[in-house]
Design a protein around this ligand. Sequence first.
Ligand code: FEO
Length: 406
Amino acid sequence: MAAREIKTNIWSVGALDWDRQLFDELIPLPEGTTYNSYLIKGTEKTALLDTVDPSKTPDLLDNLSSLGVKQIDYIIAHHAEQDHSGSIPVLLTMFPQAKVVTNIKCKGMLQEHILISDDKFMVIEDRQTLSLGAKNLEFILAPWVHWPETMLTFLKEDKILFTCDFFGSHLAQGGLLVGESAAARQKVLRAAKRYYAEIMMPFRTSIKKHLETLKAYEICLIAPSHGPVYPDPELIIKAYRKWISDEVKNEVVIAYVSMHSSTRAMIDYLLDALIKRGLIVKPFNLPRTDMGELAMALVDAATVVVGAPTVLAGAHPEAVYAAYLLNSLRPKVRYLSIVGSYGWGGKMVEQLSGLLSNIKAEIIPPVIIKGYPKAADLTMLEVLADAILAKHQNDDLVRKEACNNG
Ligand code: FEO
């Protein structure tokens, strides 16, 4: 990605990664990603805000070269994860006078992870400012978006907030800014929601605090370190407010796996029963599921049902993985249940319940049957559907959804 000017003396100098398919060897990247890095030239000093993934260091160096950058005084490190910090060692070799500007926690992590020596750092405190000459940076510590050391930078004169992972999206696109059309905005919001679901959702409480802090700032542009820049900051701030709120929708996520169609028959029956009752269902056949899509569905759902057969004495490993993931992502889901079929026994409910211990949801009694579902088993699924409906009605979700759809 070529260097592009955002505003006078502020450039985007990072890299597009169209082809990357997985992040952390875990998170699917159906639309690639970007590693955004920003160069700010003051009248006296030059700062680089974040670097890029080590695999894209040549792109960053080319961009700096194309702008004729001969000196970098400060490398602002918002976050120690290597997709933003990984090029710092190379830059320190090229610009040996540069100081890595960051908070004390991030300094420690950079020393541990990318082996930067102590003398290379300038440690800053929360709300400390740094003048580049005619451009002043204010640092805002914002822990847990999504590591403990994360921070933001506000460029006062231009009212730009640099947020690193916070408000980011794994979306490679030609345009630097979020487009103005409704379709362009929707595309970015979808990618940002996916990013939120996969990476930020466990930190809702911290994010709430940070959004409160940001109310004191007049922000004209949000520049994250993944995905496009927001010329309309409210677009992403409003979306985050909704995602982190305690509100849930009249939606039931059903994450299931079936080996010989018994669990599948239960899921199909339950899906129909829920649809007939006016609930919105989101089924995910786990062996064929993009986990990012499942994570996104968890952002709003009121209820989650995990469906699995037993393998040996426990739940199918696909369901175990989904339960582990669900537990780690900590969605705001209010109700949880388990359905499944066994051959001759097992401890599936105990095992899955144990894996889901972080989820502060009410458990609706599971439906576990032997073999293929029979009439009495289908009746139990009707009871489960009734119970879910009653919970959603009690929370006023069904009526709300009907109003929203109207
Ligand atoms: Fe984009 Fe947490 O690194």
